[in-house]
Ligand binder design. Structure first.
Ligand SMILES: Cc1cc2nc3c(=O)[nH]c(=O)nc-3n(C[C@H](O)[C@H](O)[C@H](O)COP(=O)(O)OP(=O)(O)OC[C@H]3O[C@@H](n4cnc5c(N)ncnc54)[C@H](O)[C@@H]3O)c2cc1C
Length: 387
């Protein structure tokens, strides 16, 4: 395994850093100048859609360039891209969609004019996703599907224009084989969206109900019954992406700065051994995770897949993110009691409670921690069936 960067890769790294230093808006401008930032990325040769291949207007990065790009962007807290369109649906359309579907949907995904949400999970189908029951029945003349059922935990469904959905078209044979991938406009009169307010008081997830929704055949991606194959490959990549190592490095740095502002005896919270040790443990674990990511990169660069190691990244990465929010919460002390619009106290304390509460979901979505442990036991540690 070779985890040294080549001269060309180091050159590319310099190019990315220079680009960010020149173009990244700072301070309040981060919000007002987002559009300019994404335009600059686009003009750089498709850097606004880093996962897309060159023939679709992307940069056609090698796996190593992609790693360097993500690392440098993550280190500098650049404006995030909503993942559902650019990062999740677009690669499926590029790999399995028709030319008409690509021409119709990719431009709106890229320029941000069309918001997509992901309709996979259902009340009885989360970890056991293949158990999904939302039905899609093809009309006798073969022109459209009629969809009935419910999706749940659907992020941004209340503001999305379209939903990409896994639906059941057959109950014969293995349950993975009867699943079909459909694209459905959210303004269909048969769709009802109900908010789910989460622990942190935020409205980002929803229940979505489908009643006799008519979906034309041209909105089916790939073949009937093959939706599971299309969705599955991407879930592995989604998990790797959720590790958020560079963001954690930055967040841990902020937590340390916060702790240095909290007086304890003659010193600060950072001098308290029990606190300092936990910071040290997190630093070591982050470093170990970074090396795991590099090992995955070495395998992908050699033509392999991220493979089941992506489960290690997801599991450890999200646990670390949660533990950092816990440190920040402790550093913020009494100021964590009033929060949201009532927030008081020093700057670092203001988002501490909502960040801590929102982070509870990190070990659930994208594949719950227990499920990742199962994958690691069977496929990485070769422990056979854990049940
Ligand atoms: C904030 C948030 C946003 C989300 N956004 C979306 C979205 O946009 N689109 C979408 O489709 N979904 C979304 N989800 C859903 C998410 O993917 C599911 O919540 C997740 O897959 C877990 O499924 P579940 O909630 O049904 O829990 P379950 O699968 O019922 O799990 C319940 C508990 O049982 C454990 N468990 C389950 N199976 C096993 C097993 N085999 N072995 C050991 N333990 C097990 C789990 O780890 C968990 O602790 C979101 C979830 C959250 C919290």
């Amino acid at each position: 395994m070779d985890i040294e960067f080549s001269q060309e890769d180091l050159e590319f790294q310099r190019e990315v850093v220079e680009f960010i230093e020149k173009n990244l808006p700072t301070g309040m401008d981060v919000w007002t100048k987002r559009t300019e930032w994404f335009e600059a990325l686009r003009e750089q040769g498709g850097w606004d859609v880093p996962k897309w291949p060159a023939e679709f207007g992307g940069p056609g990065f090698t796996p190593t360039q992609r790693y360097i790009f993500d690392m440098e962007m993550g280190r500098r807290d650049t404006p995030p891209i909503i993942p559902f369109g650019v990062g999740m649906l677009a690669p499926i359309l590029i790999n399995y969609g028709t030319k008409e579907q690509q021409d119709r949907f990719l431009p709106g995904i890229r320029d941000g004019s069309v918001f997509w949400c992901q309709g996979y999970s259902e009340p009885g189908a989360g970890s056991d996703l293949a158990n999904l029951q939302t039905s899609a029945v093809l009309s006798e003349d073969g022109t459209h599907y009629t969809v009935n059922g419910q999706k749940t935990w659907t992020s941004i469904a209340h503001i999305a224009n379209w939903i990409f959905c896994l639906t059941r078209t057959s109950r014969d044979g293995p349950k993975q084989e009867g699943i079909t991938f459909l694209l459905i406009p959210m303004d269909d009169p048969g769709i009802r969206v109900e908010p789910i307010i989460t622990l942190g008081g935020a409205h980002s997830v929803n229940n979505v109900f489908f009643t006799d929704v008519q979906v034309p055949l041209e909105n089916r991606v790939g073949e009937e019954g093959k939706g599971w194959t299309y969705a599955k490959g991407l879930l592995i990549h989604e998990r790797t992406g959720l590790a958020g190592i560079q963001n954690s490095v930055m967040a841990l740095d902020k937590a340390k700065q916060a702790a240095r502002n909290v007086k304890v005896g003659n010193g600060t919270l950072m001098d308290v051994p029990t606190f300092k040790n936990r910071v040290g443990e997190l630093e070591v674990e982050l470093l170990a995770l970074e090396f795991t990511e590099l090992r995955t990169l070495a395998s992908v660069s050699a033509g392999g897949d991220p493979g089941p190691e992506s489960s290690i990244m997801k599991l450890k990465g999200t646990e670390i993110q949660q533990r950092i929010t816990q440190l920040n919460l402790e550093a913020s002390g009494i100021y964590t009691a009033p929060w949201g619009s009532q927030a008081v106290g020093p700057e670092f304390a203001r988002g501490a409670t909502s960040a801590y509460l929102s982070a509870r979901a990190f070990t659930i979505y994208g594949g719950a921690s227990e499920v990742q442990k199962d994958v690691i036991a069977k496929n990485v540690l070769d422990l056979g069936s854990s049940r």
